[in-house]
Design a protein around this ligand. Sequence first.
Ligand code: NAD
Length: 482
Amino acid sequence: MPADTAHTRRSDMTDGETELKRLFALQKAAYAQAPFPSYDERAANLARLIRLLEAHEDKFIAAINADFGNRSRYETLIAEIIVAIAGAKLARNNLKRWMRPRGVATPLHFLPAKSRIEPQPLGVVGIIAPWNYPLQLAFAPAVAALAAGNRVIIKPSELTPRLSEVMKETVAAAFEERDLAIVTGGVETGVAFAQTPFDHLLFTGSTSVGRRVAEAAAKNLTPVTLELGGKSPAIIDKSANLDAAAKSIAYGKMLNAGQTCVAPDYVLAPKDSLDQTADAIANAARILYPAIDTTDDYASIISDRHFDRLKALANEARDRGATISEIGSSNALHPQRKLPLTLIIDPPLDLGVMREEVFGPILPILPVASAEDAVAHVNKGERPLALYWYGKDAEARDKVLDETVSGGVTINDSLMHVAQENLPFGGVGQSGSGAYHGEAGFVTFSHMKPVFYQSRFASGSLLHPPYTEKTGKLVSLIRKII
Ligand code: NAD
């Protein structure tokens, strides 16, 4: 690297870190001054965010398109802008109810005291976002954190620099820095961000970086929500309508060219219909994207490095003699890093494509003999972020639901559980911990503080020393009623 490039990079990073320090100190001070923003203030922040998303949607769409090389306007609208706005509206409409203390039952022998859970803002929250849905995965957690009354700093990915600049500019124009701010910079800024003693940190990204973020946060005992990745299976049961399942899998896999954390990573299909499954998925893919090289509907792979990684995964499978079928490929130059859907039929399990999260349009299809077999396959790997099951046989479905553990599930479709704002969204085990969306997000970013309100008619002092025969009688009575 030329000396001046190295120098420029270093000073950039320093800028990011300096800016982070300044913003964190400023937000901490603001929190100390006003630790419990009112309903009106929080609702105003949510309304501000909705306006920001609506007013600048064309700028966001153009910036994401430029960062990717190509990303359809409609994909950005459907999977980013509308999702973020829907989350913010749901939060605004339910905020009063979410903020209310929750009464819980108080045992008979403590009556007439009262027990309540009182949601309280945590303070200053950090959000680290990835590049694949760079707007939604920055703003949707921010919605939850702002609703819960926190101050928020977002660090977007260095792989979406244009969008980061637009977010920075629009947020700075709409919000006070003490409420919401964006800090940009390279990996060094990310490292410094994870080391910052936030009151809560939400990280969305890969499992390997998530582990590093969790380690850094542990030094401060900063609680973390980890939204990670993993290998999400799509299980086609014998009882499934194959064409409908194939259509749903092709859509889920090709949206954003497979660069979706909850995309079906691989398919488990009945072993006697492996070829029909591959054909049905191929047909569905051709209908969705008749010409991937030329259509604006199909997204580019984010960078040359990611493109080369995916090519290497497919090449390894080819070199090992796996059956591969590229759908809609031409051998053109892929000027915009467009990669065709690549089906790999029954690959050996030691291939890269079966060991790591694919995160692109390569789809291994494996044979299974039964629901037990599918469950055993899933349970051999790490717990996935999502699981998809297709079929009509309720017994087979419930077996898979009961005996596998995944972040979330959609039955008879792909991706859709993530769009349900009232369902918590998060991983489990290696695919993450904690959750957000809807009320779950409000709870994640609140301290759900237990408060016991003693009554002036309290009788607890009857149990204080000096202990007498009366104490013994009272203890016997309590033992009967607990
Ligand atoms: P990544 O882990 O490479 O990067 C995520 C973020 O972490 C970026 O902002 C990056 O700058 C930052 N970062 C990098 N190194 C860091 C460090 N040492 N300390 C702190 N921050 C650091 O992930 P990515 O490539 O941007 O995204 C792809 C991955 O994210 C996939 O594994 C995908 O499954 C996962 N993902 C998960 C979800 C979810 O909601 N569960 C959503 C989208 C993506």
